[in-house]
Design a binder for this molecule. Structure first.
Ligand code: ATP
Ligand code: MG
Length: 694
């Protein structure tokens, strides 16, 4: 693609940037498609290239495509990737912002009066609802109750259904199910009384309107004809419901995801929609991407060691043989010592020539960030907080937004960036940086970030962007805690780092109690923590460091231990070292294997595994084949999984061909890994024994 003319990308050039599997994704432009693949395998890349390729060949009309993601940050990145590929007119939004836009547009047709106010924060209303049922609105109680209210909403649980389920949940502040139901009801009443919509209502109301007003649904269907969703493993029932309504009876849908990166089940998301997509959309094509292009081999080794233990994913990452430094593991006396040491390491990376923007410090909880902020500041290393409440909580930012909000009623035909410049100039912003340091400089940087943001928003289109739309974007960002970019070391929670990558990643606080977090108790909760750990390590392109401390500042000896995930990785590495030493010995004395059909001695690995020459015809035992196919369907139904996730058809065939008699032999069938062997081994052997035709 010629750089200066991104609008003219030739279709073949777009495909040239992809490997064969990714190319299949790009070329599948009709009908449902699900891309299931591990971290860093180019899912997002394949998806954006697919849109651009579709647009370039005319198969997709960019005006009718809606690309969906979960965070404003991810949507912003997707927009810039699409722009660079010449498909800048495609709408890339979060579910929330797409829904909000439609809701505002259609409001006059179904709503009464002006558009309702959007709730900026749940806490004040939740606090009232909690008090209404006679409970003290402690900060933690309010926070946990708000999370539970969100859970009920995104899980699409009505009061009754929620009441039934709540008995089995660990409810906040020791509330019983009945009280929790009353709190939720009261919270709903407060919203109605005040004409306020909360974050989830935006999706709920739109879904309701699309379900009840055919003419509105028809208009939306006319506007959006093809949908793509990134990070689909974290879709909530509410989002999925809305997506289905957007689609109507059509099936032009492409979703990409990695079940091993599901990290929002605590908030009601579920990878079951990813896994059962072929059930909901019959005829869906499934494509798996196989190579991780992001990370160097040592990073992939760590990721695989963690992955091996998750209950979710049998996928192992395969890299591109890129070499890199061994991951560093370090234990410190206390949190402050850890922050100091990590900051020192980062300072030396920066002085060694690495851009600060290529480095990230990732942690499990936002409260861990402060010590690292201090330690980096002390060394003069610039940093940005991802999920930075700080940016939108800054006084000057709040004031600037208030002034712009007031001005937005006036209506203007000026370009957005011009408008924002002139409004902010009225409160003292200048295009040049002030010579003063400290608070003055900080204020200037905040305002400049807003001006730059306005410029970016305007750059998306030639029509002037209304100031009100910009304010809505700022509100959306504040809600998502997505601060505008500055070049600096990223400090982010693992949740906020999803989908992103850096040359060097420092995962800090890798101790028991932090990751896995102390309140994770059940096997499912621990597994979600493991997936978080996996998400964290797979953000690294080249360097990865894992550190933890033995206790809080001033409380050394409080006895924190390294995370069990660190121990798993270290154990995995020891095993890999032993295995690396072993194969030579194993290869020297391969047991002779003969072709089952022609009796020739087999030498090629693939032939030996198969037990027959690739050129000899396969003899499939039809009775076994039929039995396994039936068994597979029953299993899939029982587990509510698509059949191919129980066993892929080539695996079924191979079983019917080899008719294994023992677990060893069954384990050599391709597609049967240790997990499947443990889960289905005995049943499969019994099936083969009972049905073999000789
Ligand atoms: P995640 O699961 O973390 O969201 P992903 O599967 O979406 O990851 P991408 O972010 O699309 O992966 O790609 C990871 C990195 O690998 C990016 O830097 C991307 O540009 C690079 N990459 C992907 N595919 C290729 C390819 N075919 N050739 C070269 N680089 C590639
Ligand atoms: Mg991605």
């Amino acid at each position: 693609m010629s750089r200066g003319d991104p609008g003219r990308a030739r279709p073949e050039q777009l495909l040239d940037a992809l490997d064969p599997e990714q190319r299949q994704v790009a070329e599948h432009l009709e009908g449902p498609l699900v891309v299931l693949a591990g971290a860093g395998t180019g899912k997002t890349r394949a998806m954006t290239h697919r849109i651009a390729y579709g647009a370039a060949t005319g198969a997709l009309d960019p005006r009718h495509v809606l690309a969906l993601t979960f965070t404003a940050k991810a949507a912003g990145e997707m927009r810039s990737r699409l722009r660079a590929l010449g498909a800048g007119t495609v709408q890339a939004r979060t579910f929330h912002s797409a829904a909000l836009r439609q809701l505002r547009y259609f409001w006059p047709r179904f709503g009464e009066g002006p558009f309702p106010e959007l709730m900026a924060q749940k806490a004040p209303m939740v606090s009232r609802a909690v008090q209404a049922v006679g409970i003290a609105p402690e900060r933690e109680t309010v926070r946990d109750v708000a999370a539970e209210i969100e859970y009920a909403a995104v899980s699409l649980l009505g009061a009754e259904e929620y009441g039934e389920r709540a008995g089995g949940r660990d409810l906040p502040a020791g509330l019983d199910a009945e009280t929790m139901v009353r709190v939720i009801a009261r919270y709903g009443e407060i919203k109605t009384e005040r004409r306020i919509l909360d974050f989830e209502d935006v999706l709920l109301v739109l879904a309701g309107v699309l379900g009840s007003r055919e003419e509105i649904a028809a208009e939306v269907h006319g506007q959006y004809r093809s949908f793509v969703v990134d990070e689909f493993q974290d879709v909530s029932p509410l989002q999925y419901d809305l997506l289905r309504r957007w689609l109507g009876r059509r099936d032009s849908l492409c979703v990409v995801g990695d079940p091993a990166q599901t990290i929002y089940t605590f908030a009601g998301a579920s990878d079951r929609f990813l896994r059962r997509l072929p059930v909901d959309f019959p005829g869906a094509r499934e494509i798996r991407l196989v190579r991780n292009y992001r990370s160097a081999e040592p990073v992939i080794g760590v990721a695989n060691a963690v992955l091996a233990r998750t209950a979710r994913s049998p996928i192992r990452l395969r890299g591109t043989d890129r070499t890199g430094p061994q991951p560093a593991f370090a234990e410190y006396e206390d949190d402050a010592a850890e922050a100091e040491a990590v900051a020192a390491r980062i300072a030396s990376e920066v002085s060694g020539g690495r851009r600060a923007g290529d480095i990230a410090v990732l942690f499990r909880t936002n409260s861990q960030s402060r010590l690292f902020e201090e330690a980096l500041s002390a060394r003069g290393v610039p940093y940005v907080l991802r999920g930075g409440e700080r940016f939108f909580a800054r006084r000057e930012v709040k004031e600037a937004i208030a002034i712009m909000r007031a001005a937005s009623g006036r209506g203007s035909t000026e370009r957005l960036d011009e408008q924002v410049r002139s409004i902010l100039s009225s409160v003292g912003w200048t295009p040049e940086a002030p010579s003063a340091q400290g608070a003055v400089r900080e204020r200037w940087e905040s305002l400049t970030a807003l001006v730059n943001l306005a410029q970016d928003s305007q750059a998306d289109t030639t029509l002037p962007v209304p100031l009100s739309a910009f304010i809505a974007e700022l509100d959306d960002r504040a809600e998502h805690q997505f601060a505008p970019a500055v070049d600096g070391v990223t400090l982010a929670s693992v949740h906020a780092a999803k989908g992103l990558e850096w040359e060097s990643v420092h995962l800090v606080g890798a101790s028991e109690g932090l990751i896995p977090i102390g309140y994770a108790e059940t096997a499912d909760e621990i597994d979600e923590e493991r997936r978080l750990f996996y998400v964290a390590v797979t953000r690294a392109r080249t360097a990865l460091s894992l550190s933890w401390s033995k206790g809080r500042r001033g409380a050394s000896g409080s006895g924190r231990r390294a995370s069990r995930f660190v121990s798993e990785v270290q154990a995995g590495q020891r095993a890999a070292t032993t295995r690396a030493a072993a194969p030579a010995a194993r290869n020297r004395t391969p047991a002779p294997v003969k072709c089952r059909v022609c009796g020739r001695l087999l030498t090629a690995r693939a032939d030996r595994n198969r037990g027959r020459c690739g050129t000899c015809p396969a003899e499939v035992d039809d009775a076994v084949l039929e039995a396994v196919v039936h068994w597979r369907a029953a299993k899939a139904e029982e587990a509510r999984l698509p059949v191919f996730l129980v066993l892929a058809m080539p695996t079924v065939r191979e079983i019917a061909e080899k008719r294994p008699e023992g677990l060893d032999e069954l384990g050599r069938v391709s597609g049967i890994g240790p997990l499947k062997l443990e889960q289905y081994g005995a049943e499969l052997l019994e099936l083969v024994r009972a049905h073999r035709s000789d």
